[in-house]
Design a protein around this ligand. Structure first.
Ligand code: ADP
Ligand code: MG
Length: 317
């Protein structure tokens, strides 16, 4: 496994990570999520050994790879990295790009990797002769070449279309399970999380705010940044009085909250379109335009003080 214990990190004097701890298990995908700039890539660089650990410890299996004064070089810690752009050598063919990652250039191993990632028929092509998805597969083959214990993905699918992302996600899942590799996948795409994650580690401003299964973080986000990641969460100003939450859309029971709130007083709710239900009430709230949202429609509802909210409607089939 890959284990980070109480990692603190600063570039020059600027603190970027504080007290980051998590464990990523083999054969499973740990998705590291959070807003841009929160420190996700820095975590991966530390795990890969591209940055020295200043405070805290990094273990791969039972080996201490990074700590203050301890630094195992990247090529000696059994990690493979896959970046957004793939970072292939433009002047090398697919075969040679993959061979670059194989110690001693062992041809049987290169062939095996090309088969594994379905690239055999493209071995003679150059990176500029490949599609974005094919380049990403070459990058994966090269990262897998030394049979690393840990695979680190840094937003690898950010520039690819949805259909291709689905295909690559399935491939990544299969490989990680088959090879029993530890995989940490950085993303801020909620579809990556739902399709890939066994465990979600959510970061905000350099710290970890929540760790759990995708369902946990979707149903019970403990931080606004986590709630905002999934499903168009919208702000609704409200007020809690005892067991009732007064909102511009009527009174709601306090137990509708994803996380319990003890005190009475003002609340800033985050509500998803499917978190509200429209009831047939002739004296109810004015309803505005319908918006097409794929399988469902969304409807704009106007509450008190001209507050607008989107509410999901099932569409008759
Ligand atoms: P993320 O991957 O979540 O977008 P990063 O880990 O890249 O975040 O960056 C975290 C913070 O560290 C940001 O504020 C960023 O500007 C800063 N940072 C990243 N790399 C460097 C660097 N090489 N030198 C100084 N600051 C950096
Ligand atoms: Mg990043």
């Amino acid at each position: 496994m890959l284990r980070l214990d109480s990692i603190h990190f600063a570039y020059d004097q600027a603190p970027v990570l504080r007290d980051v701890s998590f464990t990523a298990e083999p054969g499973a995908i740990t998705c590291l999520v959070g807003p841009s700039g929160c420190g996700k890539s820095t975590v991966l660089r530390l795990a890969a050994g591209l940055l020295p650990v200043q405070q805290g410890e990094i273990h791969i299996d039972d080996r201490l790879c990074g700590a203050a004064g301890v630094h195992v070089a990247p090529e000696r810690r059994s990690v493979g990295l896959v970046f957004q752009e793939g970072a292939l050598f433009p002047h090398l063919t697919v075969l040679d790009n993959v061979r670059f990652g194989v110690r001693g250039g062992n041809d049987a191993r290169v062939d095996e990797l090309l088969e594994l990632t379905d690239l055999a028929s493209l071995a003679g092509r150059y990176p500029h002769e490949l599609s974005g998805g094919q380049r990403q597969r070459v990058a994966l083959a090269r990262a897998l070449a030394p049979a690393p214990r840990v695979l680190l993905f840094d937003e690898p699918y950010a520039n690819l279309d949805q259909a291709l992302r689905r295909e690559l996600r399935n491939e990544a899942r299969r490989l990680v399970a088959d090879l029993d590799t530890v995989a940490v996948f950085v993303t801020h795409d909620s579809d990556d999380v739902t399709a890939l994650a066994d465990t979600v580690v959510a970061m905000y401003e350099g710290g970890i705010v929540q760790t759990g299964s995708p369902r946990d973080v979707f149903d019970h986000p403990v931080h606004a940044s986590v709630a905002r990641m999934f499903g168009q969460a919208q702000h609704v100003a409200a007020r809690k009085e005892g067991d009732v939450i007064e909102t511009p859309f009527g009174n709601w029971p306090a137990d509708c909250l994803a996380v319990p709130v003890a005190a009475s007083g003002p609340l800033n709710l985050l509500v998803r379109p499917d978190g509200m239900v429209l009831t047939a009430d002739p004296d109810g709230l004015p309803v505005g335009e319908l918006r097409f949202a794929g399988a469902d429609d969304l409807v704009v509802v106007r509450g008190a003080r001209d507050t607008l909210a989107l509410v999901r409607l099932g569409r008759p089939h």
